[in-house]
Design a protein around this ligand. Structure first.
Ligand SMILES: [Zn+2]
Length: 532
């Protein structure tokens, strides 16, 4: 119950002031399909937690005619050659996405700042100029916004871009070589062109627009700060959302926190989700996995989190953040409902991303996700994608028939994929003493540097006997009971699989458990485990 109340509390706090409709997919289908169904993600601080944030993924139904897409600063040329190349790589994808949004009835606003004069005779330019003066013009909409509020200001940026953010060698010379928007993005006569916050607001008010998608460059600068940027529109009460895969940052990896350019972008996206507004991906319009730059070769770890018992929604974001920051991996979190009984607990969105993923970490409990979403999981495992199951993953997809029509279970996931044999657990109370399952297990790379015994507060799961082909790594013992395996490896077809029944919130605070998980991630993607 605690987490249910928390979820409702956080959701309502975040959504105050936004005008939107949250609906279940069933209701969207039932309303005739005129809506644009979008999945947005944001993060909210857990009250009293001292800075722990959790991820929320929610579904909204937008009326296309009440929706605008703003394309920020997708110039033909940038002073940084690396930035110019990445814009050229983004542009064709953006053009497709924008064209899909336009066909549905959304207004497209091209905002190549500082080059508007190039378009003085374009019908799209005249549309922006001629929009009637808004009756409710928000304060500050005419100027740059440095911080959304004091909270954002006190936190500051997660990356140091004080050098301008050129990642090239030799460094590029700063300047203003842009002349117009890159030609790859077609400007239709039905669109608008403006770099003015006032004109953009006039257009939004004229059309009764409530939802705005921002895409373009650079997230840590213009996308956030421009007069028509994320901060100003969020402050003005628009339901503004960053399309997080169709953006880029100006960030030089040689600057703090010395991570890959693309991790720099992900850190800024996380900042946006915490302090400014929600984000979404282009999957909403394309049905395809999110866009990814060709030079972004970081292995992709996807977390599938949907349970109500063990605070996965609270422990996984911190772990994912650490994998990105310290270990050079790319992480995505698909967060389902944390409610035990609600109708929408079987919903999940965004599993398309598994087509690009190297590893899936499952921490879910008794869910029957939509059949099309589950198909991505089966495809992922058929092509040898690696899997880690945490705690309730043994009964992740065994919903005991509670899923709605069109949803799919995978009741045998435990014996078939994980190699386990979950049949309940011992009562909570006694601490479980966790030790290596023999001398050979102690030498396994997953146990490298893991200090044992580890004491766990989670109740001991019954999993004996394990399926054939498993290798037990850790054994858990409580007084007066037979020991049980609590961590093992398995193979499902060509997939490397690791499972542990550990994963209680206290385990995530234990350095040995942490080490175990980091090792398991690297073992699963077939890379050497990091040194201590
Ligand atoms: Zn450069």
């Amino acid at each position: 119950m605690r987490s249910v109340k928390r979820f409702i509390w956080l959701s309502s706090v975040f959504l105050v002031g936004l005008v939107l409709v949250a609906v279940s997919p069933q209701r969207v289908t039932a309303d005739g399909g005129g809506h644009l169904v979008v999945n947005v993600r944001y993060r909210a601080e857990i009250p009293g937690s001292d800075g722990t944030y959790r991820v929320f993924c929610t579904r909204q139904a937008w009326t296309p005619r009440e929706t605008a897409v703003i394309i920020c600063d997708m110039w033909d040329r940038h002073w940084c050659e690396g930035a110019t190349r990445r814009v050229a790589e983004l542009a064709p994808v953006m053009n497709r996405v924008v064209s899909l949004a336009r066909d549905k009835g959304a207004l497209i606003i091209h905002a190549p700042s500082g080059t508007i004069n190039h378009y003085r005779d374009h019908p799209a330019r005249r549309r922006a100029e001629r929009a009637p003066q808004a009756t409710n013009r928000p304060e500050g909409i005419a100027s740059w916004c440095h911080w959304k509020d004091e909270t954002e200001k006190s936190v500051g940026y997660p990356i140091d871009h004080s050098d301008g953010g050129c990642d090239c060698q030799p460094l590029c010379k700063q300047g203003s070589p842009w002349r117009k928007q890159i030609e790859t993005i077609r400007i239709d006569d039905r669109d608008a062109i403006s770099d003015s916050g006032v004109e953009v607001w006039n257009l939004l008010e004229q059309r009764g627009i409530r939802n705005v998608i921002l895409m373009g460059v650079h997230t840590n600068m213009c996308v956030l700060g421009r007069p028509f940027g994320l901060r100003n529109l969020a402050k003005a009460g628009q339901n503004v959302v960053l399309m997080r895969d169709l953006t880029d940052t100006m960030y030089n990896s040689r600057q703090r926190p010395n991570v890959s350019h693309f991790t720099g972008t992900d850190l800024v996206v996380e900042h946006v989700e915490k302090y400014v507004c929600p984000t979404m991906t282009s999957t909403v319009l394309t049905g395809k996995p999110p866009f990814r730059f060709k030079n972004d070769r970081r292995p992709l770890v996807v977390f599938l989190s949907a349970e109500s018992e063990y605070g996965a929604a609270e422990s996984l974001p911190g772990f994912a953040h650490e994998l990105e920051l310290k270990h050079g991996l790319r992480c995505e979190i698909l967060q389902g409902s944390t409610e035990k009984k609600s109708d929408d607990r079987h919903d999940i969105a965004g599993m398309e991303i598994l087509a690009d993923a190297d590893l899936l970490v499952v921490f879910a409990r008794r869910r029957a996700f939509p059949a099309d979403q589950m198909a991505y999981l089966r495809d992922f495992l058929s092509r040898g994608g690696a899997l880690i199951g945490l705690r309730t993953a043994s009964h992740a997809f065994d919903a005991r028939g509670s899923g709605p029509k069109g949803h799919a279970e995978w009741a045998n996931f435990d014996p078939e994929v994980l190699g386990g044999n979950y049949h309940g657990h011992h009562g909570s109370g006694p601490k479980t003493a966790v030790t290596a399952a023999g001398a050979a297990a102690a030498r396994h790379p997953i146990l490298a540097g893991v200090e044992l015994p580890l004491l766990s507060n989670g109740s001991l799961y019954r999993a004996t006997p394990l399926a054939e082909g498993t290798t037990a790594l850790l054994i858990g013992t409580i007084p007066d009971q037979a020991p049980e395996p609590v961590a093992w490896t398995h193979r499902f077809k060509d997939s490397r699989v690791f499972y542990t029944s550990l994963g209680h919130p206290d385990d995530f605070r234990a350095p040995s458990f942490h080490r175990l998980l980091v090792n398991a991630v690297f073992w699963a993607i077939d890379r050497p485990v990091p040194r201590r």
